[in-house]
Write a protein that binds this ligand. Structure first.
Ligand code: ZN
Length: 211
């Protein structure tokens, strides 16, 4: 059994959204499918598959950082930044990417290529001024005394960025697969945890989407 299908990895990603519990159960499947489809479509629209060439063409600077990438206990591998002048920059946290590459028996260059592809998708979102999460119905995050606030499900962008990287580079799995391998091999997660998530995932209603 392939535990790491695109939909399941996308589900694990979506679950990390702060508002996951607010998403109506019957639309979760469509969120997964639509996010994956958006990423795939973006990849098919590019004329180059060479990520370094794409960065050069788009004038995105790559900055390799010695920092371990841990900010407020969250492990970052990379970060895309765009300033008001339109300068684009991707930070790569070398140390954490090296560990990820080693655990997955990939070369550092291959791992960087995957991470850069993910970040390139965020650049495309920024450039088009159209974020993936804007294409989903906002979810009511708070409702107090008749006052309601709506918020976006930001993880949909992450799923799309991963689908983009997978299709651009013809990977077998979404890039988050490597993160899970890392967590499993460093005993931060067990296969039992994954199986439990998988059982939950299997209870989702699989609706047909026409996007
Ligand atoms: Zn991202």
């Amino acid at each position: 059994m392939d535990y790491f299908s695109d939909e399941f990895l996308a589900y694990l990603e979506l679950k990390q959204d702060m508002l996951f519990h607010k998403i109506p159960a019957e639309v979760i499947w469509s969120y997964l499918e639509k996010s994956l489809a958006i990423g795939k479509t973006f990849a098919s629209q590019l004329n180059s598959k060479d990520i370094f060439e794409l960065y050069a063409e788009s004038d995105i600077k790559i900055k390799e950082e010695k920092h371990d990438g841990v900010f407020y206990k969250v492990q970052m591998r990379a970060q895309f930044e765009s300033d008001r002048k339109g300068n684009n920059l991707v930070y790569l946290y070398e140390k954490s990417i090296t560990q990820l590459a080693e655990m997955n028996k990939l070369s550092l260059k291959e791992m960087k290529r995957i991470i850069l592809a993910h970040e390139y998708f965020h650049y495309l979102e920024e450039k088009g001024n159209k974020h993936v999460y804007d294409q989903f119905m906002p979810i009511e995050s708070i409702k107090i005394l008749g006052f309601s606030q709506k918020a976006h499900i930001r993880r949909t962008s992450e799923i799309a960025a991963n689908a983009f990287a997978k299709h651009l580079l013809s990977l077998k799995h979404l890039p988050s697969f490597y993160d899970y391998q890392y967590l499993l091999r460093t005993n931060q997660l067990s296969m039992k945890d994954i199986e439990e998530e998988y059982d939950q995932f299997n209870t989702l209603e699989r609706t047909q989407t026409n996007s």
